[in-house]
Design a protein around this ligand. Structure first.
Ligand SMILES: [Zn+2]
Length: 413
């Protein structure tokens, strides 16, 4: 009946599924998860959260970044993610001075991926200005910044790192952080197969600023001004007109939806039903890592739509009445184009002895995994044929957790 159906198989010990790509991650934010949940002001919003995040971001160095990234990557593997697209913008020392090795922070991410065994699509971020009006980066943003030439030097420095477990792509932070001329100058100078990711239309304020300065909504502007294709991943794309929804679907780009982070930040709800009707490509990301679980992302993707429409079973296709299967098929279908990895040899095995899966069949096992309870049913994970998780635990879980604990002390000091 479907591609996914063929790749869900019963083994003597469990249920085998394809590995899942996490299309959007800021690894460092794992260390502040759960620490921005106290009201400081009745007007708390995405923009006040961002100030807290900037204060936190200012404390990282390559060693602490490595320890935190290793922790979150091990958690991802234990949850069933086998690939991570790391949208990486902590480039320089906190005052904006490049490190002696200008790629030191990128190399910390690469090391964390290698140590844990997750596939990494590293997306160094171009971040140039503090808003659509071209204002300079704020003090807190200085460590994120490059001009186009500096960015390309970093990109070239990272090219030799590409191997079977690592790909290199490009991230434009957002339309507000990258002027139009810079985007036009950069894109033709990238390798023609490099994936391109961008944050877009996450917040209403960003849509309004874009309208004011560029006379178009963000997605509308991007579709009119860039050759958006299946190389592109649009992260969030929360606030869309129906024309924009159709336009993204037609372009072949993937939307990276991050339901738990979008809920946590009060962003809004992606128009999933209209996008599925337009045959749009999409995947999921754990973004700020307030949750590291494809089950929770997919569950809340569907639940958001149910709460909005007061109906049930929204994410289905004509050929697939199962919500879980439709969701997993969507994720599997976009994985290679958004990450650059075919994911060969990536397997997740669910515990066949778990009570939640008692009597499961090939027809209902994915629904039962996603929509029944909170025990992590992932028993084994294999990346490129190598087993990295056994009995639900990453092979280096304890050592990585102790490195993370040590890194948290200076971060919280
Ligand atoms: Zn993001």
């Amino acid at each position: 009946m479907s591609n996914l159906h063929l790749s869900v198989t019963k083994t003597p010990t469990g249920w085998q599924l394809p590995g899942i790509a996490n299309l959007h991650s800021h690894a460092f934010q794992r260390a502040m998860a759960g620490m921005a949940e106290r009201q400081a002001n009745p007007e708390d919003s995405f923009w006040t959260w961002r100030e807290t995040m900037y204060r936190f971001a200012a404390r990282f160095d390559p060693d602490t970044l490595h320890a935190v990234a290793a922790q979150v990557y091990a958690e991802m593997l234990e949850a069933g993610y086998t690939t991570v697209c790391e949208f990486h913008y902590l480039h320089h020392a906190p005052d904006g001075t490049p490190y002696d090795d200008p790629a030191a922070m990128s190399r910390a991410i690469i090391r964390a991926a290698r140590d844990t065994g997750i596939r990494l699509t590293l997306l160094p971020v171009l971040y140039m200005q503090g808003g659509f009006d071209g204002r300079a980066l704020s003090e807190r943003q200085r460590r994120f910044g490059h001009d186009v030439d500096g960015y390309l030097r970093l990109f070239d420095m990272l090219l030799p790192e590409i191997n079977d477990g690592m790909k290199l792509g490009c991230a434009l932070h957002s339309l507000r952080a990258v002027p139009a001329e810079a985007m036009h100058s950069l894109l033709p100078r990238l390798p023609s197969d490099a994936p391109i990711h961008i944050h877009i239309a996450e917040q209403i304020g960003e849509v309004q600023d874009c309208m004011a300065m560029r006379n178009a909504r963000p997605v509308e502007w991007l579709l009119d001004n860039a050759d958006v294709s299946d190389r592109w991943t649009l992260v969030h794309a929360t606030h869309l007109t129906s024309g924009e929804t159709q336009g993204i679907a037609k372009s072949g780009a993937t939307v990276a939806i991050c339901p738990t982070t979008e809920a946590n930040l009060g962003d809004g709800l992606f128009p999933l039903r209209n996008y599925l009707d337009a045959n749009g490509a999409w995947g999921i990301g754990s973004d700020s890592h307030i949750s590291v679980s494809p089950v929770e992302e997919l569950r809340w993707l569907e639940y958001g739509q149910r709460l909005l429409t007061r109906h049930r079973n929204i994410a289905v296709r004509e050929a697939s009445p199962s919500v879980g299967e439709t969701l997993m098929r969507g994720v599997a279908a976009s994985s290679a184009q958004a990450s650059g990895f075919a994911g060969t040899g990536d397997v997740v095995v669910l515990d066949g002895g778990a009570a939640q899966l008692a009597g499961a069949t090939q027809d209902d096992v994915v629904d039962r995994w996603i929509f029944s309870g909170n025990r992590n049913l992932v028993d084994e994970v294999h990346v490129a044929g190598q087993r990295v998780v056994a009995e639900g635990q990453h092979r280096d879980r304890d050592a990585i957790a102790s490195g993370y604990g040590a890194a948290m002390r200076p971060l919280l000091a």
